[in-house]
Design a protein around this ligand. Structure first.
Ligand code: ADP
Ligand code: ASP
Ligand code: MG
Length: 494
């Protein structure tokens, strides 16, 4: 069996869903299980809806719901045949009725918009998209069954960024999916789960990748495919710098380091469930299924380039922390990480370099609320309006060469090097946020002047790339068209 996960842009319209149906059809012999994200930018819209409700903006909240309802009904009517459409519409209607009840409870009756309610609201995106996709497959003559992911994916109760209870998830998945009749495609929403008490949770933004990987591990899949809007893992985010290369393959460790450092084509935890059973993860472009994508596997061929890719996190405040007393910096780093999570401001980056700890938080967080100074026991230096760039590759191997070349390449830019003593395959740097794009370009030029053809491939271009000045959260708008993108007329699938 294989898992095929389709992200927001890969289900954003009836055309996108028609492509999904074609791609799933081409893989039927491998017995696919399909995991889907919410349609297009639905999660963002649902969270905007929640914000309108919180502010008591009944009209705006209701307008948001009307727009979402029209969008979902339109897509549903275009992908489902008459037989499937009736029950699909009844179910979508029920969802929007429930959302309107929530709106009135919040605005008129003072119900609090808690993290648990945010999860409840956000979950409607994947609940509806999975029903639409199941109906689309069925209407195209592919027998399918819709599964409610909340009954299978159990999590803790850290609402909005819950952690899966892996073994319970695997047991649930194993009990259900392998016993579906042959030829029936199971479809479930990503991102959503529930606590053991049945309260809806979500796995954090971009969490459908993690769902796919949990499903893959649960059913011991032969492969987990992440179908998205880029040709694979590229040498850097095409929204920051176009002109990168596609990686043919990456090791689990390299992929995890990139995902954790801002390469959001994968949710940071996606690799974890796949590792134990050595299940390959493959990133592929849903618009160009003929492309082979990037394979993430246990071992990769040697590469003459030490750096495989550059990941970046924009808009950060980095705290440089030094203990004033003899306390163990490693213990202090762990305690700081836990404290940030407890205060609902998870660290974007945390590393310890000898006696210095670097802790990066999103600029938008209220980091001043954190009791970081620990009663005067530590010295703190702030790097505001910063970006963290991370160079990743097994060839880095803890050597000083990559640091020296990075410093030389970025000589006009104020840089702080954060090499983590724990990671042999990554080097991170702080640069001013305003210099992020220029720095990535300069580093790219330095490390990819010549490329190893065994590892890297030309990239045809990215149809949705846009500059970093409009860098968006997952699911947000992405419309600009690259000059280099040439649509292909023939589509063969493997
Ligand atoms: P999906 O909706 O399919 O889950 P995402 O928007 O979450 O898609 O992830 C795909 C996006 O990841 C790409 O459009 C790209 O901007 C971004 N990205 C960041 N870093 C990289 C990278 N190194 N290679 C490819 N894509 C990247
Ligand atoms: N729909 C969710 C989000 O936008 C999960 C996902 O797309 O992976 O974050
Ligand atoms: Mg994603």
């Amino acid at each position: 069996m294989i898992v095929m996960k389709f992200g927001g842009t890969s289900v954003e319209s009836s055309d996108a869903i028609a492509r999904l149906v074609g791609t799933v059809n081409a893989h039927l012999a491998e017995r696919p299980v399909v995991v889907v994200s919410a349609l297009g930018k639905t999660t963002n819209r649902l969270l905007e809806f929640a914000e309108h409700a919180r502010r008591g903006e009944l009209y705006m909240g209701s307008k948001c719901l009307t727009e979402l309802q029209d969008y979902h009904f339109e897509v549903a009517s275009q992908v489902a045949n008459d037989e499937a459409l009736h029950s699909l519409e009844t179910s979508l209607q029920r969802s929007f009725r429930d959302l309107r009840v929530i709106l009135s409870e919040v605005v008129d009756e003072g119900r609090k918009v808690t993290p648990a309610l945010l999860d409840e609201i956000a979950s409607f995106g994947e609940r509806m998209s999975s029903q639409i996709v199941a109906a689309a497959l069925e209407s195209a003559g592919i027998p399918s069954v819709h599964l409610d992911a909340r009954e299978l994916i159990l999590t803790d109760d850290r609402h909005t960024h819950a952690s899966p209870l892996y073994w319970e998830c695997y047991a649930n998945l194993r009990r259900v999916i392998p016993y579906l009749s042959d030829g029936v495609v199971a479809v479930l929403g990503g991102f959503i789960g529930s606590t053991k008490d049945g309260v809806t949770t979500t796995l954090g933004r971009g969490g459908s990748d993690l769902t796919a990987s949990i499903v893959g591990a649960g059913i011991s899949a032969d492969e987990i495919q992440i179908w998205t809007d880029v040709d694979g893992m590229l040498t850097c985010d095409p929204r920051v710098f176009q002109g990168g290369y596609r990686l043919r393959s990456l090791s689990y460790q390299e992929a995890a380091a990139l995902a954790g450092s801002g390469a959001r084509v994968l949710h940071p935890d996606t690799v974890t469930p796949a590792i134990r059973q050595r299940i390959p993860l493959v990133i592929r472009n849903s618009r160009r299924p003929e492309m082979e994508g990037t394979r993430i596997v246990p071992a990769v061929p040697p590469c003459s380039n030490p750096v495989k890719a550059i990941a970046c996190k924009p808009d950060l405040t980095v705290l440089e922390i030094r203990p004033k007393d003899e306390r163990d910096p490693a213990e202090l780093a762990a305690a700081l990480g836990e404290m940030c999570a407890r205060y609902g401001m998870p660290a974007e980056f945390l590393c310890q370099n000898e006696r210095t700890i670097f802790l990066a938080l999103k600029s938008s967080t209220r980091y001043r609320d954190l009791p970081i100074e620990l009663g005067g026991c530590v010295e703190v230096r702030l790097h505001t309006r910063s970006a963290v760039l991370t160079l990743v590759g097994e060839g880095i191997d803890g050597t000083a060469e990559v640091v020296a070349r990075s410093m030389a390449a970025l000589k006009q830019i104020p840089v702080t090097i954060l090499s983590s003593t724990r990671s042999r395959l990554a080097v991170s740097l702080i640069v001013p946020a305003t210099e992020m794009q220029r720095s990535v370009e300069m580093l790219h030029r330095e490390f990819f002047k010549q490329i190893d053809p065994v590892v890297f491939a030309e990239c045809l271009g990215v149809e949705n790339a846009q500059p970093s000045s409009t860098f968006t959260e997952p699911g947000a708008s992405a419309v600009a068209t690259s000059r280099r993108f040439r649509p292909l007329t023939t589509v063969s699938q493997n």
